[in-house]
Design a binder for this molecule. Sequence first.
Ligand SMILES: [Mg+2]
Length: 370
Amino acid sequence: MRISSIEAIVLRLPRVTAACDGTQDTCLIRVDTDAGITGWGEADSAPTVIKAIVDAPLSHQLCDGLANALTGADPLAVHVCRQRMLQAANYYGRSAAGLHAMAGVETALWDIAGKAYGQPVSHLLGGPHCDRFRAYCSILFADTPALTYDLARRHADLGFTAIKFGWGPMGQDAATDTALVREARRGAGSDIDILVDAGQVWDWRTALDRAGSFADCGILLLEEPLAPDDLDGYARLCARSPVPIAAGEAEARLEDFEALLRQGGLDWIQPDPGRCGIWTMVQAGRLAASLHRRMANHSFKSGITMAASLHALSACPGGELFEYCMSDSPLRHQVTRESFTLENGRVPVPTGPGLGVTVVQDTIDRYRVA
Ligand SMILES: [Mg+2]
């Protein structure tokens, strides 16, 4: 089997705001083969940048677009394809967007391989260690503590056993930060775990102070209190924090997850398969398990990323928690036919061949802008 074409497809809602919500646009990756098998992937990045990286014409041997790099290659040789992409993008793609684009293509290759072998991706990766994951309801804080209470109330009875509140007004001052979490806890009730995603708003000393305040509300973890590159800050914070600290959604390289775990001392890492790729996510999760730490996914995109996350999580020992994005965007819910229904608070890993999802062409036609 050979890759016949790779297409990057940019989808975008008619109105996009500055809210930190990854479901306002996306870049899907479609990989076609001469055997008639099509694979789908998705990158969580700047969509038009990803498309440019996929479509880029040849400049020279170490500077080529990903479609050029892989057209004619065997899609079942996923690791060979990863190396070809790394070489083609050597001068411009060794971090961030270059790796995000490769992540999207890699997901499509795993999808093709699963369809070709008639197996779910989790099996190709050596799993599953676990065939369903405890899902936490992932939402953004409301604008005020009082509105956050109402928000928590509305999400407390949807079948989830945990809710994460993120970003929004967090970081203004100590009183507001603490009130936001207190009202989230009050609205969620005592039977539901709450998680807090701070959104990179503090230095380590402020984060330590807030962690102390939030500990009284019984939070399950505190996510991204610091800037992604503040390894020294994470090391100081994690050594002292009374609540577990999580981060890692911004990383795309295995060595960066390793640094967060070993130097930063993180309790949880949160790779996004649309940024680091399925294989790096699996490697990071296995490393975390070997260090007696934990991995949850970061996923704020369509059903393609939801499925990729579930397959990667299931290939790692010790996985338990799954981020379940609650955005009402059609790019979250209508890109795949599958809707990932909760079963007793858990989401099953798809069992169909490949990613186990079916892409809806009507949604692509409706929201495609490039
Ligand atoms: Mg986050």
